[in-house]
Design a protein around this ligand. Structure first.
Ligand SMILES: [Zn+2]
Length: 310
């Protein structure tokens, strides 16, 4: 256990160097006005470890809770990719959408406590429990996050509970996302390695989720970046698992907020959706972005003008 903690503190896991990018650009002046639309910026925020252990990209449970309160008070509620697909059918009117993501599949994201009698329950200090508590206190915040899981270590780090946790996440209204097989940074990978990185991870999910693996088509690129170019997009979008697209949406970490009216119909943008790493950023700074979707963008307003893919 001590060795594991030391490895994590050193930034290593299963022999793979974890170096997430440090991106903290000032908000760029990106406006939807040039696209003839009102603002449609949806913040996608990113966390890694959430524990009392200090690490470069980690935050404390208290910091996560206070971030969520600040987002809630600023009018935000959670959506998932399902809401994007169905045109925000279940999104409360008058709220502003945001997406909450957690990368890597650390145990502090979803942990079970085991008891001497052989039973187990969810650790009240882990992210999944914190989100459940937050939703109970603020029901109109919603409760669905995306957990991007990589397979360079045991997902959520308790081998006997991998399947139960992955299924529970989906049962609870969260989404499971693909963070690739070995967590190797895509920028340094040859193109012929992309498919194994993505599809072997899908094999990993299939072992535990079976047919439910078909719900996994969002990918967070390890290292927070992906090569530019439409040939890259074409190659990613062509990947299939069990006859279904393995990459429908891709997420980078670039300290920006994507305008979704522009993103959704454009494959090049769909696989490069901006995220903000909240261990490097504050809610206050995030609120300075000029393209943030404002209040009153309920489902009809948001849905109708979107140039939705057929
Ligand atoms: Zn990662």
């Amino acid at each position: 256990m001590i060795a594991l903690i030391l490895l994590c503190l050193a930034g290593y896991s299963a022999g793979v160097v974890r170096i997430e990018p440090f991106h903290e650009p000032e908000p760029a002046v990106t406006s939807d006005v040039e696209y003839g639309n009102p603002t449609s910026g949806i913040p996608v925020v990113c966390y890694h470890q959430v524990s009392g252990i200090s690490s470069k990209y980690g935050v404390t449970p208290g910091a996560l809770w206070s971030d969520l309160e600040a987002f809630y008070e600023a009018g935000f509620s959670l959506i998932t990719t399902v809401d994007l697909e169905n045109g925000f059918l279940q999104f409360p009117s008058g709220r502003r959408p945001m997406i909450l993501t957690f990368d890597d599949g650390w145990q502090d994201n979803f942990s079970f406590i085991e008891y001497p009698d052989g039973s187990h329950s969810t650790d009240p200090g882990c992210v999944v429990a914190i989100l459940a508590d937050f939703t109970e206190e603020y029901p109109d915040f919603g409760g669905g996050a995306i957990f991007f899981v990589s397979w360079d270590k045991i997902p959520f780090e308790q081998e006997e509970f991998v399947g139960e946790k992955l299924n529970m996440l989906i049962d609870m209204g969260h989404e499971v996302g693909n963070h690739t097989w070995r967590h190797r940074h895509f920028i340094g990978l040859m193109a012929d390695q992309w498919s194994p990185a993505i599809l072997r991870a899908m094999d990993g999910f299939y072992q535990y989720l079976g047919m439910r693996t078909s719900s996994i088509s969002s990918v967070a690129w390890p290292g927070g970046a992906i090569q530019k170019g439409s040939w890259v997009t074409d190659r990613l979008m062509a990947m299939e698992y069990d006859g279904l697209p393995a990459v429908d949406l891709g997420f980078v970490v670039d300290g920006a907020i994507s305008s979704f009216r522009r993103v959704l119909p454009d494959p090049d943008e769909r696989v490069r959706i901006s995220r903000i790493d909240m261990s490097q950023y504050s809610v206050y700074r995030l609120l300075q972005w000029p393209n943030l979707m404002t209040y009153g963008m309920g489902r009809s307003n948001l849905h109708d003008p979107l140039p939705w893919r057929p």
